[in-house]
Design a protein around this ligand. Structure first.
Ligand SMILES: C[S@@+](CC[C@H](N)C(=O)[O-])C[C@H]1O[C@@H](n2cnc3c(N)ncnc32)[C@H](O)[C@@H]1O
Length: 381
């Protein structure tokens, strides 16, 4: 069960700090964008849209029956739009003031539970009751010891095979070092980690990192409760993808870039748990050993146990855009086409069906052979 240790000085500091921020400028302290800097001239729509964008990042990790918990939910910027995508959301925050504001912001959302926590534990959340724990823009501020206690709590509340998506401040980048140097003379709550350190700490509590995204500022880790190898093997065992149809540009005999094309596949979840897939399609030119992207499309599809779905990648010869189509529950991400198209090089269609947390790469394709892979595309003039 939840540990009930007396609060440390660090926890007391964090609670006072965030309560004061919540009372003074809740929106800006949550999302440091100029559009919400002035509490008297808040751009509520921009704030709401930023939450919807974060939900896109979370979609591959959830399905309609998921129970999802956010550590450091603030006023519910992400939780409010997320509540419509899953069965239950739970928000925990150290600041009673933030949670009071979250109750307002989330009024009318009836599948949400909001909890004032002590800054290091998940009180009242039963063991093995949650499918996904995520924390964005929070653990960067939490003192390392409290954060470690959260990791133990995450292991406790996740179901076996449950996932965690956690964002930390990256120490191993010039920007990270600069940010660190910028706070060494102050009490500003900021903590820094290396990716190795995170893998090590997570493993020590029974969470295994299976994928990480690094940028100049952040390390975002995707971790599973239990063994990452077992989770990946289960995913590969459960999902199959069979190509069923290719026409136009994707026809094996070839087509033209100014005509339409269709690539269709049958996706099956043979397992007894929900599996959410990230779908990626792209057209690329291989020129002098490098790949140049012409256009791509992303989608997310949650498949119930035993379900089958037909998905299609359509290329529009007029606009040069790709779109992923499937059951109506498919969540289409905005696609893009690069402009101008590279003119030289062999054309390839890339098509990937991969789990949460992975970005498409040739290494990922090796890891998930339940995947249609790379199709050479014959261009006819
Ligand atoms: C920058 S805001 C981000 C809020 C939310 N995650 C979002 O992205 O909209 C940080 C939030 O973390 C909360 N917080 C800070 N330290 C915490 C801790 N130790 N435990 C739980 N919440 C904490 C703050 O009260 C605040 O609401």
């Amino acid at each position: 069960m939840t540990e009930t240790n007396p609060a440390t000085e660090r926890q007391r500091f964090a609670k006072a700090y965030w309560d004061e921020r919540a009372a003074r400028d809740a929106h800006y302290s949550i999302w440091g964008d100029p559009s919400v800097l002035d509490p008297d001239q808040l751009d509520e729509d921009a704030f709401a849209r930023s939450g919807e964008l974060s939900v896109r990042q979370l979609l591959p990790f959830i399905h309609p029956k998921s129970a999802v918990l956010e550590i450091g939910c603030g006023i519910g910027r992400i939780l409010r739009p997320l509540a419509g995508e899953c069965a239950r959301v739970i928000g925990v925050d150290i600041s009673p003031e933030m949670i009071a504001k979250a109750r307002d912001y989330m009024a009318g959302v009836d599948n949400a539970e909001l909890i004032v926590g002590d800054g290091a534990s998940l009180p009242g959340v039963p063991n093995q009751s949650v499918d996904l724990v995520y924390s964005l823009l929070v653990l960067i501020h939490v003192d390392k010891r409290s954060a470690y206690r959260y990791l133990r709590e995450i292991e406790r509340v996740l179901r076996p095979g449950g996932l965690a998506l956690l964002q930390f401040q990256n120490m191993l980048s010039p920007k990270g070092l600069e940010l660190f140097q910028g706070v060494v003379d102050s009490d500003y709550p900021f903590e820094f980690y290396t990716p190795e350190e995170l893998r090590w700490l997570l493993k020590s509590v029974g969470l295994e990192v299976f994928s990480e995204n690094l940028n100049a500022e952040f390390v975002e880790v995707s971790a599973v409760r239990g063994s990452a190898d077992d989770w990946i093997a289960g995913w590969r065992r459960d999902l199959s993808v069979d190509g069923v149809h290719r026409t136009g540009l994707f026809d094996p005999k070839g087509g033209r870039l100014d005509r339409d094309g269709l690539l269709a596949a049958e996706l099956t979840n043979r397992g007894d748990t929900w599996r959410t897939v990230q779908l990626t399609g792209s057209l690329q030119r291989r020129h002098r050993g490098a790949l140049h992207e012409l256009c791509w499309a992303h989608g997310v599809l949650a498949l119930p146990p035993g379900a089958e779905a037909r998905i299609e990648i359509r290329y529009d010869g007029k606009t040069g855009e790709l779109a992923i189509r499937g059951p109506k529950e498919i969540q289409q991400m905005p696609s893009r086409r690069s402009n101008p198209f590279p003119k030289q090089g062999a054309l390839e269609a890339h098509f990937a069906v991969i789990p949460a947390g992975f970005n498409w790469s040739e290494a990922t394709a090796e890891l998930f052979p339940a995947f249609n892979g790379v199709l050479p595309v014959v261009e006819r003039n």
